[in-house]
Design a binder for this molecule. Structure first.
Ligand code: PMP
Ligand code: GLU
Length: 397
């Protein structure tokens, strides 16, 4: 059966593909250290699971409004008010099946065929594919490691063409862990206002920010940005709820209405039980977020300390999220045992085969010569995995 042209061009998610490979090897009895998927290894906190059980028992097992239950929308509004001083209304919230689905809604609702979205690289694997799926054109704009992988106003200005409609910002960043300061965001906002762009601000890692760094929500940095920004967020990362599939957008009401209409045709509501669990996450005790963050902070420090000891590998300081983005370019064009390795994909595959460590190649994030390592994994696994990577690096000829 012939597959549509649109889907023939769709790349499957590289993060998901590497995770699947790691799982296959594990199922075959191998001890694989899995640094591939960006997913907290902690169980979803107990009070959130209990809220889900209660929701089922109380009969919240039917369709809800397609864009989400009013209580959850109100909690999301409250959260942005309390944390960032932004006053949204409930009709500006659309709750979706994870932030990935929210992004799909956004691009589908915003883009006409041929319109461009500026995506600073390195970028999370799904952005470019989701833009293409919505008939848009990703305009990939490289950033420099020396500038902390951050887009500069000048580079942004140079990248805007007649078809450019949207700028996508992910801060803290998957895959680099970089985070824009308020000043840096304000400088980008000036260009955005000058050129009448819409900003999609993916803030899903906003709660995972390390000591010494301060998160700023994009619409706060200049007046008038709420009207031209779509904020994307969700519970997957902060509350270890990746499987529950709840994410959302905050946007101008007209766009929210369009996305709600789209969702009413495509998926109806996100899972009713998960919505009640997400409500408990936002409204319940927040100590769990702090506790997980402390563990991530310990792991981050350990990764940073190990990696700086590796000859020829560099890794900028991670301000947030739980990824290390290693520059392994000096380890390409070399042999590992009998295997010649020319690019990051081959490097990752040989690492998986020889040392049983799963990582994701930089090329999937638009940055050849790099590799992403997710440290959302236990300390023991982290030590073992880094030992193995070290052995692999030492074996390069
Ligand atoms: N944005 C970024 C930057 C991510 O890393 C992820 C990870 N999955 C998502 C969005 C999607 O999250 P969700 O699990 O809520 O779909
Ligand atoms: N966002 C995570 C990652 O980058 C989860 C997998 C995915 O959704 O791509 O690994």
């Amino acid at each position: 059966m012939k597959i549509s042209q649109r889907l023939q061009q769709l790349e499957p998610s590289a993060t998901m593909a590497m995770a699947a490979k790691a799982k296959e090897l594990k199922a075959a009895g191998e001890h694989v250290v899995d640094f591939s998927l960006g997913e907290p290894d902690f169980p979803t906190p107990r009070h959130i699971c209990q809220a889900a059980t209660r929701a089922m028992q109380e009969g919240h097992t039917h369709y809800t409004a397609a864009s989400g239950i009013p209580e959850l929308k109100a909690a999301i509004v409250r959260q942005y008010q309390q944390r960032h001083g932004l006053q949204y209304q409930p009709n500006q919230v659309v709750v979706s099946n994870g932030a990935k689905h929210a992004l799909h809604n956004v691009f589908t609702a915003l883009l006409d065929p041929g319109q461009e979205v500026i995506i600073p690289a390195p970028y999370w694997v799904s952005y470019a594919e989701l833009v293409k799926l919505a008939s848009g054109v990703p305009r990939i704009v490289p950033t420099e490691e020396a500038q902390g992988f951050k887009l500069t106003p000048q580079r942004l200005r140079e990248s805007i063409g007649p078809q450019t409609r949207v700028l996508l910002l992910c801060s803290p960043s998957n895959p680099t862990g970089a985070m824009y300061t308020a000043q840096e965001l304000a400088a980008l906002a000036d260009v955005v206002l000058e050129h009448d762009l819409v900003v999609v601000a993916d803030e899903i890692y906003e709660r995972l920010v390390y000591p010494g760094h301060h998160f700023t929500s994009f619409p706060t940095v200049r007046p008038g940005l709420m009207e031209r920004t779509v904020v994307v967020n969700g519970v997957s990362k902060a509350y270890a709820m990746t499987g529950w599939r709840i994410g959302w957008t905050l946007s101008p009401p007209q766009l929210a209405q369009a996305m709600a209409a789209l969702q009413s045709q495509e998926t109806s509501n996100p899972c009713s039980i998960s919505q009640h669990a997400a409500l408990a996450a936002l409204e319940g005790p927040q100590a769990c977020v702090e506790e997980m963050l402390q563990q991530f902070a310990r792991r981050r420090q350990y990764v940073q300390q190990r990696v700086t000891q590796w000859d020829g590998v560099s890794c900028p300081e991670m301000a947030g999220a739980f990824y290390a983005f290693l520059n392994i370019s000096s380890y390409l064009g070399r042999r590992y045992g009998d295997t010649p390795v020319e690019n990051s994909q081959q490097w990752c595959l040989a690492l998986l085969e020889q040392q049983k460590v799963a990582t994701v190649m930089g090329s999937a994030f638009g940055a050849e010569g790099y590799v992403r390592l997710s440290y959302a994994t236990g300390m023991g696994e982290l030590e073992e995995g880094l030992d193995r990577i070290q052995r692999y690096l030492q074996s390069a000829q």
